[in-house]
Design a protein around this ligand. Structure first.
Ligand SMILES: [Cu+2]
Length: 113
């Protein structure tokens, strides 16, 4: 009986250890809600690399939405792209890029022209 309880305990412990680092290293299940955007809001598109699943895209989105002046961020893991709706007076590409890098991902500046 005790052996059975111990092995069940060991199993659940090992599952915890296997599951936890993966969830930590790989993004966020929570998806932050968008804020209402004014009519003069602008969209900045960034190429994001280093994402390995949809949770990574959530992590990028959540990091961007923490910035004052960011209204919405549609991040696609498939395309490796973030479409960010911003107040251009408060936020620029560099600021968005910083937040993405701090969240653990990389940004390629889009080609202009
Ligand atoms: Cu991921």
């Amino acid at each position: 009986m005790i052996t059975r309880i111990l092995s069940a305990l060991a199993l659940s412990l090992s599952l915890t250890f296997v599951a936890a680092p993966a969830a930590f290293a790989c993004g966020d299940d929570h998806k932050e809600a968008a804020k209402p955007a004014p009519a003069d809001a602008q969209t900045i598109t960034l190429k994001v690399t280093g994402m390995s699943c949809d949770s990574c895209a959530n992590a990028v989105r959540n990091a961007l939405l923490k910035i004052d002046g960011v209204f919405d961020a549609e991040v696609s893991f498939d395309k490796g792209v973030a479409n960010v709706t911003v107040d251009a007076k408060k936020v620029d590409e560099a600021k968005l890029g910083d937040a993405i890098v701090k969240a653990g991902f990389k940004v390629e500046k889009p080609q202009k022209g």
